[in-house]
Design a protein around this ligand. Structure first.
Ligand code: F6R
Length: 606
């Protein structure tokens, strides 16, 4: 949600800034802008490609800051595009987050004679820094004094025309990573744009700033105490943040599914003992033996993964589970005791609502675990223990491969907690073996996508869809509908198939198709009855089924077959045809699949 990038070094900053923005584009595309102290600024509404068209032939300078906007305060237009400047055009700020007390600060600054030109909250920062600079001209101190007076969230890159050899990064509640190169340093919202220059990074903590020159960096708290922090190495390779010959990241990431499952499982299964070995839980293993309740928190797709986790953990580990979206959890009064743990699921590790749920649980002394994809992210750092997904960077805004890895990690956790309790060796071995078999099975689903593509084409004229499933595949119906909504802008609703007759069935007619997940498992017969109910109302159906379910489902629906697996693991396979259906549907409509309108990856505001 908004991307910031900064460079200071010896090279020409312009192409580095534009490249940086391009790799961050999944974080926002309402406007883009750059500022280079020796040359000035260029901004444009819309994505980076619009900005590129406006760049003058030559812009020289060896430092600069850049921004991609996902609009919160103020329309997504030229005036509101970042970086923002002070009255004299000397202090420039690229900001991700929200300054909550900006109105009050703005009123004071206007009284002091400052002239505001945008509708954004960010602009108060530039004028405040300008105000403090008037005292002694000390850039660092002016930034620190400014930050002490603001309330809200920020990940920031700041540049000062009079000190072009320096850029400052600051963080409070929105991610900031600094990259350390040879004679050059970087600031970014996440490591992906830094990767092509260096793998050495430091993640800033809340309440810290980094003052960076080409050969130096210093980190300070807002009390101006210097902080020493170890340098970390980014694990990801550059190829993982590029499309690698695929037309879109979304398709590339769906196709990476088998590899992703292997990576999530790697080194974590002891087949003959029927155990999961989870290094990230070692420190809390004993505590986990006695827990009696799990609250899972996530947002969007991660929340749906949590719903699947609820079925897994209750059935196989016998632990009561509740699942809640972060935005609701944080504002109610959850009843938790010392036998309750909170499990947060997040691909980015930066989702504000999920993070606040963790903080609320920690305030109540509850053990917090994370299933997080992004190493070094805030959620990864703030949870007490956890499981990394190892899905690699997910760039497409619609989450696909991360969901598979979240489900796989939940299955590992189920095995881990189940074997600490009543789960037998035989069941443990069976789950472990079936997990290992998944990548090969998924390869079969992905081997031929032509049929799904043809279905997407056939159904692309419809404006409404109902997705239905039961038990483990009820959350998959919700997730399938979410995927379609977000990349095609077509209305889709997910519902438990048994709930259909309590309302949604009223919508069904020949113009309202349904997608059903009808696998030959414990709820197959019920699913067939529900499909019949739709059929009886002239509703068209696409069904995802196993080969052995074709006989019953075939006469009623357009059928997509997936290989059979354990019921608990079936969502890991059944969701993929739904992801592909949404993808090809969006391509058919000529939409920007990787960057759906109004959305952004990593939602760092409430
Ligand atoms: C949907 C999607 C979102 C995210 C949600 C949580 O495709 O991507 O619903 O799943 O914003 O994000 P993370 O997992 O980063 O916390």
């Amino acid at each position: 949600m908004c991307g910031i990038f900064g460079y200071v070094g010896k090279r020409n900053a312009l192409p580095i800034l534009i490249d940086g923005l391009t790799s961050l584009e999944y974080r926002g595309y309402d406007s883009a802008g750059i500022y280079i102290p020796e040359s000035g600024s260029v901004k444009s509404p819309g994505p980076v490609k619009n900005l590129r068209l406006k760049l003058p032939k030559k812009m020289k300078g060896t430092s600069g800051i850049a921004h991609l906007r996902w609009a919160t305060h103020g329309k997504p237009n030229q005036i509101n595009a970042h970086p923002h400047k002070d009255c004299k055009g000397e202090v420039w700020v690229a900001h991700n987050g929200i300054i909550e007390n900006y109105q009050e600060l703005k009123t004071k600054l206007v009284k002091l004679g400052h002239k505001f030109i945008s509708e954004t909250d960010t602009e108060v920062l530039t004028h405040l820094i300008e105000q403090y600079l008037k005292k002694d001209g000390d850039f660092e101190k002016a930034v620190i004094k400014t930050l002490r007076g603001v309330r809200g969230t920020y990940g920031m890159a700041i540049s000062y025309r009079k000190e072009p050899g320096k850029i400052i990064a600051a963080r409070m509640g929105a991610p900031v990573v600094i990259g350390l190169g040879e004679n050059e340093n970087f600031i970014a919202s996440d490591p992906s744009p830094i990767l092509r220059h260096t793998k050495r990074v430091i993640y800033l903590n809340d309440g810290e700033i980094a003052v960076m020159g080409s050969d130096s960096y210093n980190i300070y708290t807002l009390d101006y105490n210097e902080v020493k922090r170890d340098v970390e190495m980014i694990e990801w390779g550059l190829d993982q943040v590029q499309k690698g010959g695929f037309p879109h990241f979304m398709l590339k990431e769906i196709m990476e599914g088998p590899e992703v499952i292997k990576n999530t499982l790697r080194g974590r299964l002891l087949i003959s003992e029927g155990l999961a070995k989870l290094g990230g839980l070692e420190a809390v293993t004993e505590k986990l033996r006695s827990i009696q309740r799990i609250i899972i928190v996530g947002c969007g797709t991660a929340y749906y993964a949590g719903l699947v986790g609820e079925y897994m953990l209750e059935e196989y580990a016998g632990i009561p589970v509740e699942v809640e979206v972060g935005s609701e959890f944080r504002y109610r009064k959850p009843v938790m005791d010392d036998k309750t743990i909170l499990l947060a699921i997040s691909q980015s590790g930066e989702t504000a609502d999920t993070l606040e749920a963790i903080r609320e649980a920690k305030r109540k002394n509850i053990l917090t675990l994370g299933i997080v994809n992004t190493v070094g992210s805030t959620i990864a750092r703030e949870t007490d223990a956890g499981i990394f997904n190892h899905a690699g960077p997910e760039i497409g805004v619609a989450s696909t491969k991360a969901f598979l890895s979240q489900l796989t990690a939940l299955a590992l956790l189920t095995l881990f907690l189940g074997r600490q309790r009543q789960m037998s060796l035989v069941t443990g071995r069976r789950i472990a073996q079936k997990l290992l078999d998944l990548p090969q099975k998924l390869e079969k689903v992905l081997a031929d996508t032509k049929y799904i593509k043809s279905l997407a084409k056939k159904y692309s004229k419809y404006k409404n869809f109902l997705y239905i499933g039961r038990k483990y595949n009820y959350p998959i119906a919700l997730e399938g509908a979410l995927k379609l909504k977000e990349v095609t802008y077509v209305h889709a609703e997910g519902c438990g198939a048994g709930e259909m007759k309590h309302g949604p069935l009223a919508m069904i007619d020949e113009n309202f198709p349904s997608l059903a997940i009808a696998l030959k498992d414990s709820v197959f017969e019920k699913m067939i009855s529900n499909i019949q109910e739709i059929k009886a109302r002239k509703g068209k159906i696409i069904a995802v089924t196993y080969e052995d379910g074709k006989k019953e489902v075939g006469p009623l629906a357009d059928v997509v077959c997936i290989p059979k697996t354990l019921e608990m693991l079936s969502p890991i396979l059944s969701v993929v045809p739904l992801q592909l259906f949404a993808y090809y549907f969006a391509v058919e409509k000529g939409l920007n699949v990787d960057q759906p309108r109004n959305l952004a990856k990593s939602v760092t505001v409430e």
